[in-house]
Design a protein around this ligand. Structure first.
Ligand code: SF4
Length: 221
């Protein structure tokens, strides 16, 4: 049985209203516009430890020349590196995405697998990337992708008491009603990028302030 989270309906409703004014996170935006698991998977890898404003244009530039696994697998590494150079760890990421494209061709007939477990077998794909590909690429809201923002906010709200994003994902999937799984990542990422920021959250302007125990928040604005 799901442990009831106090005021979750109100919190989700308030956040949905708040984030209307914010720009969608790059990976879900690519999923919504391009509707292609390949593009969601690759842009998610490019986005790791890189700001959305850098990832978005670079991912689109790459997809102009390689919009499927075949094209990406045949691209010379030097060309991939040249295109994705502005993203952090571009050398490792270029090797990784080329290798992933090759593996998908070899093992999955060129189609990005629509199974969380199979996605996790791809080198360089962790829980977050696999969950994002399932939710935003394959449109299967059977997972809750957890990045640093989802991890931090869930702990500040006292919904979970976890040490890392992987643990948070496991715990949230036990306690969040399924009707919210598809929305939670976008809502918390946007709230985290704009209000509940990592170092010093802007609690004075937070729409869910009255429902938040602010666990672990040492300094706020
Ligand atoms: S009240 Fe502060 S800590 Fe709680 S969600 Fe809002 S910004 Fe984050």
């Amino acid at each position: 049985m799901i442990k009831e989270i106090e005021n979750i309906d109100k919190i989700i409703k308030l956040l949905k209203k708040e984030v209307k004014d914010f720009e969608n996170p790059v990976v879900s935006k690519i999923g919504k516009i391009q509707k292609d698991p390949f593009k969601v998977l690759i842009s998610c890898i490019l986005s790791l430890r890189t700001q959305d404003k850098t990832t978005g244009p670079i991912a689109l530039k790459l997809f102009e020349v390689a919009d499927n696994t075949q094209k990406l697998s045949k691209m010379p590494l030097s060309k991939i590196q040249k295109i994705i150079r502005p993203v952090n760890y571009y050398i490792t990421k270029s090797k990784r995405i080329k290798e992933i494209a090759k593996t998908i061709i070899k093992n999955y007939k060129g189609k990005v697998p629509d199974s969380f477990e199979e996605l996790m077998k791809l080198r360089g794909v962790g829980k977050k990337t696999a969950a994002i590909t399932m939710v935003y690429g394959h449109k299967k809201a059977d997972y809750i992708p957890v990045d640093i923002h989802v991890h931090i906010i869930s702990n500040r709200l006292g919904w979970v008491k976890t040490k890392n994003a992987e643990q948070t994902m496991d715990e949230l999937m036990k306690i969040i009603p399924k009707k919210y799984w598809g929305d939670l990542n976008d809502l918390f990422v946007l709230h985290g990028q704009n209000v509940c920021v990592t170092s010093s959250p802007i609690c004075s302007k937070c729409v869910i302030n009255e429902y938040c125990p602010k666990i672990g928040v040492a300094r706020s604005r």
